[in-house]
Design a protein. Structure first.
Ligand code: AMO
Length: 445
């Protein structure tokens, strides 16, 4: 019989169907055996009635099955009696009466309780066993939401006529500056894993005007915080013919708004599983210069907000306006990368911006220097080797329009949209200074 997805069973009441999936839980109750079956579309409760109704062979197989066995089940979709209806769970009004079971793959006894209610692992154990814990509905919900976030970024960019391009991962130079870069042995030379597709998105922009990319970037981040990982999915955009940095801000704001709308629309079940409340984006997200932000905080001006100040600023803005988001722009020019555009009226500060949400930075961007002579001055002032970025400079030597762009970290976005405490929860296979799949202290690589 053709396979029916568990999520569609509600439309097959009274019918015989075949489902395929995993056994989340087996519960023996007197002469009956209950199962929670799970497939990509959800879960359903099944029951094997005592023989002869269920058949002797079916009962024997049922008794052999443990959690996480992969099975094909023939059964009848019955409406549950009124008193057994559970409106809080998916398929809570039906039950699959099992007529026959085939074991497709066996599973060893589990190292810990994976049941919906019994699952209670600390993050380290959860990550050590990602290959298994990923099957838990809570974790599945996180990564389904992440898939929708990334997909919606693409969708919005395309709707605004941005073209997707593929950025390289191996680069001869560091775009973002600083020491947070992984060096790789490239034959007999040194190269780097890209920190950002920054220079490449700017090059490609000079040919296609509006471009975006979804790619891995790498940061040799030596701090073990709850918001830093070393391998990140970066959602990047770059747009030509802007009038002001605020055009970039507005585009980034509408991108985030669309992503939030799509998550709300497509992930209702996942948000419920996670008990997540989406952040509020009001009609016009408040924007403050860094100077204004420090004044709001009532502390002396510095080169950047520290994590505590980011948190505090978000709290103040939330209270004043109801917005969970706030843009901060105008950072000290020399403290940021060479490509950021200085404010012509006050060149000490730039036209770069960050978007904070619920206390954490999600997005950076701003206007870029597009004038070749000015760019060369910056290259010199920032002490960069022009030979290493020759390809980038060539694009700007031959006519580059006023432009800007932005980048979102997909993991930070997922973390903050879902209100997770640690970015590792929002990363399928997180890499940090202590872990590549397994703790580095215990792994020979
Ligand atoms: P930035 O360095 O701010 O900007 O990075 C952009 C976004 O990427 C995410 N991010 C990180 N997430 C987790 N762990 C990290 N170690 C980490 N580092 C960065 C954040 C951040 O907001 N080229 C510029 C962007 C631009 O101007 O277009 C850039 O890379 O969400």
């Amino acid at each position: 019989m053709q396979r029916t997805l568990i999520g569609d069973l509600g439309a097959h009441k009274g019918e015989e169907v075949t489902i395929k999936g995993w056994v989340s839980v087996r519960r023996d109750q007197g002469k009956m055996v209950f199962f929670d079956f799970r497939d990509r579309s959800g879960t359903v409760q099944g029951v094997v009635l005592p023989p002869p109704a269920g058949g002797l062979a079916t009962m024997e197989i049922a008794k052999e099955i443990r959690n996480e066995y992969v099975v094909s089940v023939d059964g009848k979709v019955n409406a549950r009696p009124e008193k057994n209806v559970n409106s809080k769970v998916q398929n809570g009004d039906i039950e699959l009466e099992v007529m026959g079971i085939t074991i497709l793959a066996k599973a060893e006894p589990l190292p810990f309780d994976m049941s919906v209610d019994g699952y209670n692992l600390d993050l380290t154990t959860e990550l050590d066993h990602r290959a298994l814990t990923l099957r838990h509905p809570r974790l599945q919900a996180i990564f389904k939401v992440q898939a929708v976030i990334i997909d919606s970024f693409r969708e919005y960019m395309k709707s605004q006529d941005f073209m997707e391009f593929q950025a390289p991962a191996i680069t001869p130079a560091t775009a973002e500056g600083g020491a947070e870069v992984f060096q790789v042995q490239y034959f007999d030379k040194k190269a780097y894993l890209t920190q950002s597709p920054q220079l490449y998105k700017q090059i490609v922009m000079t040919a296609f005007e509006r471009v975006f990319s979804v790619n891995k970037v790498f940061r040799a981040e030596p701090s073990a915080t709850t918001r830093h990982i070393t391998e990140i999915v970066s959602l990047d955009a770059e747009m030509a013919f802007i009038e002001s940095w605020t055009d970039v801000r507005d585009m980034s704001e509408e991108t985030v708004r669309f992503v939030l709308q799509q998550v709300e629309k497509k992930c209702a079940r996942e948000l419920e599983v996670l008990g997540a409340v989406l952040p509020t984006m009001i009609e016009k997200t408040p924007t403050y210069s860094l100077t204004e932000a420090f004044a709001k905080l009532g502390v002396p001006e510095d080169k950047d907000l520290n994590p505590e100040q980011e948190r505090k600023l978000c709290e103040i803005v939330k209270e004043e306006t109801g917005s969970d988001f706030v843009y901060v722009y105008g950072y000290p020019t020399m403290k940021k990368p060479f490509y950021v555009y200085p404010n012509p009226e006050n060149p000490e500060f730039n036209e770069g911006m960050d978007l904070l949400c619920r206390g954490v930075e999600w997005l950076s961007g701003g206007r870029r220097v597009n004038d070749y002579a000015q760019l060369m001055q910056h290259v010199e002032k920032w002490g960069m080797d022009p030979k290493k970025i020759e390809m980038f400079l060539e694009a700007f030597r031959y006519g580059a329009p006023p432009e800007g762009g932005f980048a979102l970290g997909a993991e930070r976005m997922t973390m903050q949209i879902l209100g997770l405490k640690n970015i590792r929860e929002a990363t399928l296979f997180p890499r940090d200074m202590n872990r590549i799949d397994l703790p580095l202290s215990e792994t020979e690589i």
